[in-house]
Design a binder for this molecule. Sequence first.
Ligand code: PLP
Length: 393
Amino acid sequence: MKTIYLDNNATTQTAPEILEEIVPYFHEEYGNPSSAYSFGGRVASKIKKAREQVAAFLGAEPEEIVFTSCGTESDNTAVLSALATRNDKRHIVTSRVEHPAIRSLCAHLERKGRRVTEIPVDGEGHLDMERYRRSLTPDTALATLMWANNETGVLFPVEEAARMAREKGILFHTDAVQAVGKIPVRLKDSAIDMLSLSGHKLHAPKGVGVLYVRKGTKFSPFMIGGHQERGRRGGTENTPGIIGLGMACDLAAAKMNEENARVSALRDKLEDGLTRSVPNCRVNGDRASRLPNTSNISFEFVEGEAILLMMDEFGICASSGSACTSGSLQPSHVLRAMGVPFTMAHGSIRFSLSIHNTEEEIDFVLDKVPHIIGRLREMSPFWNAGRRTCAAS
Ligand code: PLP
């Protein structure tokens, strides 16, 4: 059975040309880039090139690029560094819809005595900018906001938010893990002090990420060890991953405009087709201001997990906003923050496309999913009774 992979916000396929390029760095050019001999030096020069490629893609300087192991590490490093270098300040401003890489860390820091303000979003997923502005106080060490939401794709105006923070002397970090590679990012003239990205979201391998740190920003490392990354991140470099990420940035830069138009047309076809053929469903998040590849659709009175299982029978991969924890299905914190009703939030599916998806795949999904929803609803007492589940919730 063919796999129809529509879960590219979870991870992407490593581009074949990247894979081909990096394989020799596992078994031929496997030297340690810190070694003095040329067997290591050759690898070091590849890392230098990758740093330049990433910097060029972000509109940044190579010295501003710190290679890490993933988006989570970059996010954690940014937040902890801001707190360590502004130790007299206790307050962090963030949003209610961040990825757990920020949200769980902030909850942890709150338990340790820091103050955290989570800015709400409206029904379309937009940040309340007035609340954000008012929440920036002299005690605020850092504002951290995601650029693009991983569940809905909705974009936050991070450049404006960064300017507002800078005016008050507050550091600004953005979790751009879903944005980089999908929309243009240019840091040079922005007020963004730190930015996180993750290789495996843009067709590089897993196990590599970047933290951009603007020149002049005080920094405190998270991984303390060797002198790698100019003392900003100890640990022997993931050479193949870093080389792959440099290439992924070049590939994304070359194809972004053309591919975005194609991918968003496929996404819109999928969305329009499903909303036309399935009653009681809706698209979550502002359709105009979001990533070109992401669609979050709620199907009322069915469980997202059940939809995923039935799609899996046809080889269709997507993800649901619900997390199955200890027998109870918790709807996504993002959809709850947007005020999506429980009966809708429980049946939400995130489809996230990539440059590898085709029109035939979308046609296949449009053929199967309406039947899947129909079958599940036939089994649903709530659908049959025409009333709401979880009304009390
Ligand atoms: N931030 C966002 C918005 C994400 O979507 C993800 C992963 O899904 C992460 C952070 C974490 O990235 P990683 O898996 O590289 O740790």
